[in-house]
Ligand binder design. Structure first.
Ligand code: ADP
Ligand code: MG
Length: 709
């Protein structure tokens, strides 16, 4: 796909040549070239691209084109070596600093970086705790600092790492260097937080590569459960590979039972899950009902339909799940079933997850009273939750309140204290075999076992010794995820042993003596963010324009007035109205021809002036072959035609400070074959030069079932 670029066109050959020489690629993928140019120009960017889109190249290429070395901070220690190996395989000097590397090797790597022999130094955030490393950094500044998986720095991200955040507080030299952040998490508030945590308010976003033109999005509003079932049955009549997402395990079981379909959720036995997965991957036309636990790493490219039986909790989650349709690039449908009951459930969950300040304070108060007289520790059996809930009068919210207190540093589970109790973990099969068996990385378990085996091999160890937090750092899974994984895999694939029982709580000294209280602002901000997340889904359901454009805009991808042309809303816009008269066809053709010459350089007003024959001393206008081609037609008609062409997706407006008109792919096609002009609909009477009609909007909100056949 063509990419608009920021720099002068003259540099392209040099960049392309470097791309070929260093990496052996012949072309850039979408968005890469712009990022490379802007990094070369010294800009600080927050780059958001989907997983697999090619983020690494965006910083590796500029690094190769400039003197000095690049520091890459990444929380995924287990895969660091793979990255370094990949670079070395291209003959690009790279090394990593982590606990699998011996101290002499580390010193050698730092010396090589200082001497200009190394281009990339990969490291984990913990490295910044080392005084030796900080001294090194003071003396030998990297040319660029890359923060990979940057969402981990945000406390609103799904994978927050306090270590990541601390780097920026404790290492002043980083403030003077060029820093770029990379992530696949596209929510705007996470990006804002990344900027804030990095102390770089001016860091610009580049969001790119999320567009999926082959996906047809639609929303169907239903009244009750029976209505929803009817819709699903109609959709299933198509008999194509289909995935149906439900928001809970219970709903998944119920729906699968009612429709006689197979299912998948995280509560099922290992064997049943594997069967469901195999069925979905290998059957010629499978239909599977699942929770969001299904999907990560599923390599089936021809899923033709993803149906959401319940309204999802965020637009980002929705797009990720729906995006599993049509990976082969062929048309596929993404249908969201909207119902009032679901929205109410989501609102309820939001309330539970966001206890008011008073509840959090009451839980803290209760804990303080329960705290043993000798001060520090409280042994906390699971059952006591309920009792605490009753005493603090907030049964449903105790767990959440405790998590909040923990996040705010008022409460610690004892094993988070200092290094935590050490556990040991041994894989039951030989490492090489575990690696080979799980290399496809289809499920979370596969990914975990694969990373663990890789990591142990990298270290040359047979077993892992450390706390669950060390394990989290090495594998990239959160402690919650690890607890689940270790439970499920215990005695089947591994043996994990840790002496200290779970559930030891420790109040911070300030919480104990009453000098610290829960942070009211933090609670308020979290509630607002959760609210916004939920509203984003509501907004999508009610969107009046193109569904996909709505999502792109929410993510912050600059797509101008691009629209997919195939979602339920786009389809509705071109329905109705009338066809063009022969005269109108001729005028539309003139407009497209005129735009072809000044593509992407004129704004709406200036372009309309050109068509109407405006007197302008710029040769761009007066010398233009189509100058004045609509002069006899008049301004209203010209506006009407421009609007209709835009509504039909033949022309679009670019984003940016100076929005300009451009021909879309469909517009170029219409110049070659006029049949495409049939898509252009007008709402005025064919005879009169009636007042320009605005393109018809989607019917009032999303309150009617749509597109049901
Ligand atoms: P991300 O970090 O965005 O998830 P990676 O940087 O790991 O993705 O890249 C994914 C794959 O795409 C890698 O195998 C990489 O070699 C490949 N790749 C990246 N850019 C290009 C390109 N311009 N042409 C061909 N392959 C590319
Ligand atoms: Mg990456």
């Amino acid at each position: 796909m063509a990419v608009t670029t920021g720099g002068g066109a003259g540099e392209t050959p040099a960049i392309l040549e470097a791309l070929r020489r260093h990496f052996g690629h012949t072309a850039f993928r979408e968005g890469q070239e712009e990022v490379v140019r802007r990094i070369l120009a010294g800009e600080e960017l927050c780059v958001v691209m989907p997983t697999g889109a090619g983020k690494s190249l965006c910083y590796q290429l500029p690094a190769m084109m400039r003197p000095g070395y690049t520091l890459v901070i990444s929380p995924l220690i287990a895969l660091m070596k793979d990255q370094v190996d990949a670079l070395n395989a291209h003959g690009l000097p790279a090394a990593c600093l982590n606990s699998a590397v011996t101290p002499p090797q580390q010193t050698a790597a730092m010396r090589a970086a200082a001497d200009g022999q190394l281009k990339f130094l990969y490291l984990a955030p913990e490295r910044f705790r080392s005084a030796q490393f900080n001294d090194f950094l003071e003396q030998h500044h990297p040319a660029l600092v890359v923060v990979d998986e940057a969402h981990c720095i945000s406390q609103w991200g799904h994978d927050f790492r306090p270590d990541y955040q601390r780097i920026w507080q404790g290492t002043p030299v980083l403030r003077q260097l060029q820093v770029c952040a990379f992530t696949a998490t596209a929510t705007p508030h996470v990006r804002d937080d990344i900027r804030e945590q990095l102390g770089r308010p001016g860091m610009e976003d580049i969001v790119t590569g999320f567009r999926r033109p082959n996906l047809r999005f639609s929303v169907l509003s239903c009244r009750g459960r029976q209505d929803k079932l009817d819709v699903v049955e109609t959709l299933l009549a198509k008999r194509v590979p289909t995935l149906i997402y439900c928001s809970t395990r219970k709903e998944t079981e119920q729906l699968a039972g009612q429709l006689g379909l197979r299912m998948y959720h995280a509560g099922m036995a290992e064997a049943a899950r594997r069967q469901a997965q195999d069925y979905f991957v290998s059957d010629t036309c499978p239909t599977l009902v699942a929770t969001n636990a299904f999907g990560m790493g599923i390599d089936r490219a021809d899923v033709r339909q993803v149906i959401h039986f319940n309204v999802p909790g965020s637009l980002e989650a929705y797009y990720q799940e729906a995006g599993r349709a049509g990976r082969d690039g062929l048309p596929a449908d993404c249908v969201l079933i909207d119902s009032y009951t679901d929205v109410r459930i989501q609102e309820y969950l939001m309330d539970v997850n966001n206890p008011p300040f008073e509840v959090v304070a009451a839980v803290l108060d209760q804990l303080r009273r329960d705290c043993r007289a000798d001060g520090s520790c409280l042994w906390w059996p699971e059952a006591a939750y309920e009792e605490l809930g009753e005493r603090a009068k907030c049964a449903a919210q105790v767990g959440t309140a405790m998590r909040i207190l923990e996040r705010q540093g008022l409460l610690q589970r004892a094993f988070t204290h200092v290094a935590g109790p050490l556990g040991s973990l041994r894989l039951l099969a030989p490492l090489a075999q575990v690696e080979a068996d799980h290399a496809a990385q289809r499920t979370q378990r596969d990914i975990f076992l694969y990373r663990l085996a890789r990591w142990l091999q990298t270290c040359g160890e047979h077993s892992f010794q450390g706390s669950i937090f060390d394990l989290s750092r090495c594998t990239g899974f959160s402690v919650e995820q690890l607890n689940r994984l270790l439970d499920a895999l215990q005695d089947k694939a591994l043996r994990w042993h840790c002496d200290v029982p779970d559930g030891v709580l420790l109040l911070s000294p300030q919480a104990r003596d009453g000098s610290a209280a829960p942070d009211r602002d933090w609670l308020e901000k979290k509630r607002q963010l959760d609210r916004r997340r939920l509203d984003s889904v509501r907004g999508y359901c009610r969107a009046e324009g193109c569904r996909q454009l709505h999502i792109m805009r929410y993510f912050g991808e600059r797509v101008g007035s691009w629209r997919c042309g195939v979602c339920d809303q786009c389809g509705q816009r071109t329905a109705g109205g009338r066809e063009l008269t022969p005269d109108e066809r001729r005028w539309c053709r003139s407009i497209l021809l005129a735009l072809q010459v000044v593509d992407g350089r004129f704004g709406r007003r200036r372009f309309a002036g050109l068509l109407l024959g405006a007197e302008d001393n710029s040769p761009d206008i007066t010398g233009h072959p189509q100058h004045g081609c609509l002069a006899t037609v008049g301004k209203d008609k010209a506006d009407e035609l421009l609007q209709a062409l835009e509504a039909a997706g033949l022309i679009a407006v670019t984003d940016g400070d100076y929005p300009c008109l451009e021909l879309t792919g469909a517009g170029h096609a219409a110049l070659r074959d006029e049949a495409a002009l049939a898509e252009v609909r007008l709402f005025s009477r064919p005879d009169g030069h009636a007042k320009a009609a605005t393109p018809r909007r989607g019917r009032a909100g999303a309150c009617h079932p749509r597109g049901r056949r």
